[in-house]
Design a binder for this molecule. Sequence first.
Ligand code: ATP
Ligand code: MG
Length: 376
Amino acid sequence: MIRIDSVTKRYPDGTVAVDRLSLEIPDRSVTVLVGPSGCGKTTTLRMINRMVEPTEGTILLDGADTRRQPVTTLRRSMGYVIQNAGLFQHRTIVDNIATVPRMLGWGKQRARERAAELMERVGLDSALAKRYPYQLSGGQQQRVGVARALAADPPVLLMDEPFSAVDPVVRKGLQDELLRIQDELGKTIVFVTHDIDEAIKLGTMVAVLREGGRLAQYAPPAELLSAPADAFVEDFLGADRGIRRLSFFPSAALQLTTGPVIEAGASAERIAAAGTPHLLVTDADRRPLGWAGRDELAAGGTGTGRLLPYGRPFVPGADSLRAALDCAVLSPTGWGVAVDGDGRVTGVVSQQSIGEAIRAAHTESRTDPDTAGAAR
Ligand SMILES: Nc1ncnc2c1ncn2[C@@H]1O[C@H](COP(=O)(O)OP(=O)(O)OP(=O)(O)O)[C@@H](O)[C@H]1O
Ligand SMILES: [Mg+2]
C-alpha cells in the first residue's frame, strides 16, 4: 500500500502545490486523482516516485518511508505513463517497450520477447513492432506507453492524464483496456485526470482535489455521486448525478416478463392472449425483430413489415440499471428489451418496473453501502 501522510509541496517560488494531503492508496486497485488544472495532481504523482521531493510529510510504500530507499530502486518498482506517451522518437516500438528491461541488463532477445508479449497484452498488432512512434496513431502510441511502463513488471503504475490527447472513441477503448489489464495483472494504479467521467469509470477510489492542492473528498465513485462532500465536489461532478449513479446498480434483479414476446408467425390466439397493447416480435431463434401493436398484428396477420425499432437491448446482470433505463427510455413503447449474451430475448421490462428497481436499489444502498457494487 502507498500511504501519503500529511504531505505538502512548496515550490521554491513559494507556490503551495499540495497542502497537507493524506491518502491511503490500496493495493491492486485503481486510485484516481481528479481536479481542476493546477490543483497539484502531477505534483502529487511525482512525489510518489520522488521526481519531486515533498517539503513536509512522508510517503510510505508498504510501510517504508520512500526517502529511505535508493531512488533507482523506487522508480524500478513504479511504471510511469504520461500524456502523448513520451516515447523515444528515434527508437522503434519494440525497442521503446524494451527500454527498461535492457537497462536492467536483460539480453536483447529476452527483452524483445517481453516487448512482443506486452504488445499483444495492450492490443497492438505485432506488425507495428518495427515502426517508429511518428508512424503510429495517438491511441497506438498511448498503448506503447502503457506497454513500456509494464515492461519490467512493476507492482505500481503511475499514469498522468495518459488518455487525454485522444478522441473519445479511442479513449473509451484505452480505458476498457486498462481495466482489463488491471483485472489480469492486479497492478496498483494511481491515475491522474481532470475528467470526472474518466475518474468515475476507472476509479476504485477517487480523490477530488481543489485549487491549492487540498483534498476535497476521497471516496469510491458511487459514494461521490450519492454524497458529494460539499458544493465544490457537487459542482465538479456536474449534471445528471442521479442518472450516472445508476451505472453502479446491477440490472440483474429487474422483473422481466415474457408475456408480450411473440414469435413471428404466432397464432391469432397467442396474439389475443398477450396482455399488453404492444408485442415484441422475434424470429424463430428468439432474436428481436421489433415492436408491433397487438390489434394491428391481430388484424394483419403476423407480417413483420411495419415493426417499430426495439432500440438497444440490455443484458441483465452484465449491464447496469442505467443501461436498462436508457433502453426503455429510447424504446417507442416504453419497454426495454432484455437479451442473453447471444442476443436472444429473455424478456421485456416496463419503465414502471425499472422505476421500482431504482427505488429499491436506493433504499438498499442507504442501509448497506456495499450493495452499490461495481456494475460498470
Ligand atoms: N516547478 C514548479 N515551480 C513552481 N510552481 C510549480 C512548479 N510545478 C508546478 N507548479 C505549480 O504548482 C501547482 C500545481 O501544479 P501541478 O502541475 O501539480 O498541477 P496539475 O493539477 O497537474 O495541473 P494540470 O491539470 O494543469 O496538469 C500549479 O499552480 C503550478 O503552477
Ligand atoms: Mg498535471
